[in-house]
Design a binder for this molecule. Structure first.
Ligand code: GLY
Length: 666
């Protein structure tokens, strides 16, 4: 047994080293175990300090990233002072060129009030940055974002650790974390066992090889070019590219030493190593489209790395199920940016058990609030607060086999993939019971019916707990785009009255046809365009038309909601082939709406890969609505799990269930 240390940090990437240095500066004695630094995401990254360019939606994650960006100047100068090395921190700003035409100077929807962002039109962006691709039509300028040379930063972290007398052991692989009575008792490594008073897990994409945390690798391929030197031959390329370019699925990061870093693919291929022709081709063609001059620069290097992704793309920070183990992992795309904030928060937590209110949003517990699968109809919403904020991955049991990401619509995450409605119930009590039994989090409400106090719609404000249920106002009853736009605005006011100040959602229905209640595609698109401009998160109800779905997505809609069959018909998914195409092509969530009559049809839609369902009539018109609601909730979950699990291939012939070869006994 190796002698006990005070704090053992497992992982020697930027997160582990930054925490170690922070702890040491506060008087503690950390020891860092590092398996192979060259594999760390730290080494692979581009080093962007880009909370705004990454377009993080408002909320705790953006707050954490902005806080970390603010810490960067002081944190890096302290490291430079301790290590004597430059880290290449450069608050050069990030320009995010766009190819789509955006109407004049729109307010950036994600801009925090404290951080400026400027929309530049085509003329302005070409003055601001020479050499952009011809089809760039404008773009955002984020002057406070920037970059750091992540490899220089890593060298400085190692040197600072050494200068401070922190022991960092390279080449040590932790194989097992031994636990007893809710405590880590030791860690087993390829160099013997280690013991400590406290442990920190900071092993990035490899974290769930040691603990059952939902972190998985998302591979990024990258490459670098060499920018030409300026004509005076003195300084390397100080001429044109003086800021990061962050385009659609591509970024180009000019370093002060003349390197041009280009990234990155985003691939769910596990730990498959290597650069691929397809990956490199994609990067180069996107980069050349954005900044054509680089097509002539010499290529210097190719590499890849694994981002530590989590289901909600937020890091996992703070306490674990063991009292003496703290988690600092899952930083996904923002590990370099988040290093200083992570180090500060984790040191506060370990040394003083001081938890900044922000830290609570990043606890691992957010992934483990799944509800018991009881057959009872008494399902309560006692966990609903946390469920509303945090996604719940599907957990088969502790041997977690499939990872799911949350349903995210317009930046808001929901653990349930079933939405229900309030219409057609025989009593308000049945509606209340059904909403609860379905375990849904989104309930759609017809604004017009509330206004006219249609039966079942009076007392709606009191009938449901609107602190836990997200209201989705819908424009049912509107025959034209103009009417729907007007009713959507009323819906927003209605949400405010229910205390949902930030609710900008609208389920857009433009339905001139009273027999089949089929939506008008042209009116829907017109209304959607207008409502998106007014800042609504638009969820349009449409026929299952893949081209229309694409147009609505391009118009900025938050989802598309194709119908399975006519509203209230209970005919099931008669449009399956078209819905499948919509699912295949869509970048926004696809919510199958209307026509589902039974749980098997609900499961069918989810098995096809729909992101969510909206079911009203099949529940409200069932003999026992609450029981049907419960069944629909379970079907949505089962269908989703089956989709993630991947069905067996369909075969023409039989295949014995007990084959004679390949059994365990062979
Ligand atoms: N931070 C950029 C990326 O992960 O690709």
């Amino acid at each position: 047994m190796i002698p006990s240390t005070e704090i053992l940090i497992i992982g020697g990437g930027i997160t582990g080293l930054s925490i170690a240095i922070e702890l040491k500066l506060r008087g503690a004695t950390p020891l860092v175990l590092c398996r192979n630094f060259s594999e760390a995401a730290t080494h692979a990254a581009a080093g962007m300090i880009a909370p705004q360019a990454e377009a993080l939606p408002a909320g705790p994650m953006l707050d954490l990233c902005l806080r970390s960006r603010d810490l960067y100047p002081d944190w890096t100068s302290k490291l430079e002072e301790i290590s004597g090395l430059s880290v290449g921190y450069w608050p050069c700003g990030i320009l995010a060129p766009a190819y789509e035409t955006v109407s004049n100077s729109p307010p950036h929807p994600l801009t925090p009030s404290s951080s400026p962002a400027f929309w530049l039109d085509k003329t302005a962006i070409n003055v601001h940055q020479l050499g952009l691709g011809e089809d760039v039509t404008g773009g955002w300028w984020f002057p406070e974002d920037g970059q750091v040379d992540n490899r220089a930063l890593a060298r400085a972290l190692w040197a600072a650790a050494e200068a401070l007398g922190i022991e960092v052991r390279e080449g040590v692989t932790v194989e097992f974390i031994a636990q007893r009575h809710g405590q880590v008792s030791s860690v087993r490594t390829n160099s013997g066992d280690f013991q400590a008073q406290h442990y920190v897990l900071a092993t990035g994409a490899w974290s769930n090889q040691l603990l059952p945390v939902p972190v998985y690798p998302k591979k990024g391929q990258m490459l670098s070019l060499r920018m030409p030197a300026t004509s005076d031959g003195q300084s390397p390329y100080s001429g044109t590219l003086q800021r990061v370019l962050y385009g659609k699925d591509i970024y180009i990061v000019p370093r002060r030493d003349g390197r041009l870093v280009i990234g990155a693919t985003s691939e769910e291929v596990g730990f498959t190593p290597g650069n691929t022709p397809a990956g490199v081709q994609t990067l180069l063609s996107r980069a050349i489209r954005l900044y054509p001059a680089l097509q002539h620069y010499p290529i210097e290097d190719f590499w890849w790395g694994y981002r530590p992704a989590t289901p909600d793309e937020w890091p996992i920070l703070g306490p674990s199920l063991c009292d003496n183990l703290t988690l600092a992992t899952g930083h996904y795309r923002n590990g370099i940016l988040l290093a200083p904030a992570t180090a500060g928060l984790i040191a506060d937590w370990i040394l003083h058990q001081k938890s900044d209110p922000l830290l609570a949003h990043f606890h691992a517990s957010r992934f483990f609030t799944s509800q018991p699968a009881t057959a009872s109809l008494q399902t309560s919403h006692k966990n609903a607060d946390s469920m509303l904020t945090y996604p719940t991955p599907i957990q088969a049991n502790s041997a977690l086999t499939v990872q799911d990401s949350a349903l995210t619509i317009a930046g808001k995450t929901f653990h349930s993939r079933l939405m229900t409605g309030t219409g057609k119930y025989r009593s308000i009590e049945q509606m209340q019971q059904s909403v609860i039994a379905s375990n849904c989090q989104i309930v759609t409400v017809a604004v017009r019916r509330v206004q006219t106090k249609a039966p079942g719609h009076e007392g709606l404000a009191e009938a449901l707990d609107w602190t836990k249920i997200w209201m989705l106002p819908n424009t049912a009853g509107c025959q034209t785009a103009e009417e729907a736009i007007r009713v959507a605005r009323l819906g927003r006011e209605m949400a405010k009255l229910l205390g949902q100040e930030d609710n900008n959602f609208v389920k857009l229905e433009v339905i001139p046809d009273s027999k089949y209640l089929l939506p008008d595609p042209i009116g829907t698109l017109q209304a959607a365009e207008q409502l998106v401009k007014e800042g609504f998160a638009v969820l349009p109800y449409i026929n299952a038309d893949p081209m229309l779905a694409k147009r609505l997505e391009e118009a900025g809609c938050a989802t598309v909601m194709p119908l399975g069959s006519p509203i209230g018909s209970g005919q099931g998914i008669t449009t399956a082939a078209n819905i499948q195409i919509i699912i295949e092509n869509s970048k926004v969530p696809v919510v199958v709406d209307a026509g589902i009559g039974t749980p098997s049809e609900a499961a069918q839609a989810m098995e096809m890969g729909a992101d969510a369902l909206l079911i009203n009539s099949a529940i409200a018109m069932a003999k026992h609505p609450a029981a049907m609601a419960k069944a629909m909730g379970m079907a949505a979950e089962a269908g989703r799990l089956a989709y993630l699990a991947g069905r067996m291939p369909v075969k023409a012939g039989a295949s014995a269930s007990s084959p004679q070869t390949g059994t365990i006994a062979d």
